[in-house]
Design a protein around this ligand. Structure first.
Ligand code: TXA
Ligand code: MG
Length: 325
């Protein structure tokens, strides 16, 4: 398949791809998504093919604004409304009861649907111009890190989709926070840039993580059963104290380093490629991009510094731990 490369001023062409049942890779503020009309069962089935994604892993549905949430969900609890009001458009996905028009291919047969209102201007214009909800997982081949730049998105999906539209570098760099609501209770299924602290400011203390609560139970986010976020090179996740020793003991390998701590003295000469993050947000923004860079540079080992478990640090630790498995 010949894949069109579009610029942000070609929203008309991009939305035409969605409307005619095609596949479009588009930027969001978290990662690039691989989108199709959420009303179109066949187009959604093609998403699974293009990614090599297991059919039991449901897709998130992207809508333009809160008014459109009711078109894809059969009910919107008060607490979900408050969360959308506080964090949307932005990197938050809320699991809601599935609306009758949503096909099985989107939800993998579940009676719920994940709904998100992205804030990236290209995603916003696309959703507005398409006039329909867009189902989209991250635009990576299954098991690989999510693309956070146009270049890596094209590398993943060229020849597999109808078009890719350029939106530059994604500002958050890790996937959206996913929450499930039941009554007044909110549980986090996947950590992201909307942090637990931020959610608790809106709904009060006591927000739990669903995986921790229901360890291994059927309520788990389906996607957490599948391999994710993995670069080609093995990854060692180390504390700041372990960093120097981890680098020295693997100095014979071609190492890619990512972390917050600048290397000093002769440690600077050990990694072939070093990515220094200036803050937790910067670490998140650069993470997947660095995975692709380390792979392209032929690194044999990735050494990553474990960030503190505060704010977006929790999402980072989650992705790093999965990448290290
Ligand atoms: O930031 C993001 O969320 C990006 C951008 C493109 O929006 N999308 C993304 O999609 O990360 P994906 O498919 O790579 O991850 C979505 C996760 C999957 O683990 C899936 O299992 C889970 O959300 N999910 C989707 N619908 C669900 C549902 N109804 N119940 C539970 N989990 C669901
Ligand atoms: Mg994904």
């Amino acid at each position: 398949m010949n894949t069109l490369h579009l610029t942000p001023d070609q929203i008309g062409e991009a939305s035409a791809v969605i409307r005619r049942g095609g596949l479009l890779v588009f930027p969001t503020e978290t990662v690039y998504g691989l989108g199709a009309s959420a009303w179109d069962e066949r187009a959604c089935a093609r998403i699974f093919e293009a990614k090599g994604r297991p059919a039991d892993n449901p897709l998130i549905v992207h809508v333009f604004g809160t008014a459109m949430v009711a078109e894809v969900a059969s009910a919107v609890p008060k607490v979900a409304e408050r969360l959308f009001e506080a964090f949307s458009p932005g990197p938050l996905t809320v699991i809601l009861p599935r609306g009758p028009r949503i096909p099985d291919a989107v939800t993998a047969g579940l009676d719920t649907v994940g709904v998100r209102i992205p804030s990236h201007p290209v995603a916003q214009s696309l959703l507005k111009a398409s006039g329909m909800p867009v189902a989209a997982p991250s635009a990576n081949r299954s098991g690989l890190p999510s693309p956070t730049t146009f270049h890596t998105a094209v590398r993943q999906m060229d020849g597999r989709v109808d078009a890719v539209i350029d939106g530059g570098q994604c500002s958050h760099g890790v996937e959206s926070t996913i929450v499930r609501v039941s009554g007044e209770r909110v549980r986090i299924l996947r950590e992201g840039a909307v942090t637990r602290e931020m959610i608790e400011e809106v709904v009060g203390a006591g927000v739990a993580s669903e995986r921790a609560a229901g360890a291994g139970g059927a309520a788990e986010a389906p996607g957490t059963r599948h391999i994710h976020y993995r670069p080609r090179a093995p990854l060692r996740l180390v504390s700041t104290e372990e960093l120097a020793e981890a680098l020295r003991s693997h100095a014979h390998l071609r190492i890619g380093y990512i972390g917050l701590t600048p290397l000093r003295g002769n440690l600077t000469t050990i990694p072939a490629v070093s990515v220094y993050a200036g803050s937790l947000a910067d670490y998140a923004r650069r993470l997947y991009r660095s995975f692709y860079l380390f792979d392209a540079e032929g690194c044999e080992l990735i050494v990553a510094e474990r960030p503190a478990p505060t704010g977006v640090g929790r999402a980072l630790r989650d992705r790093l731990m999965r990448a290290a498995q």
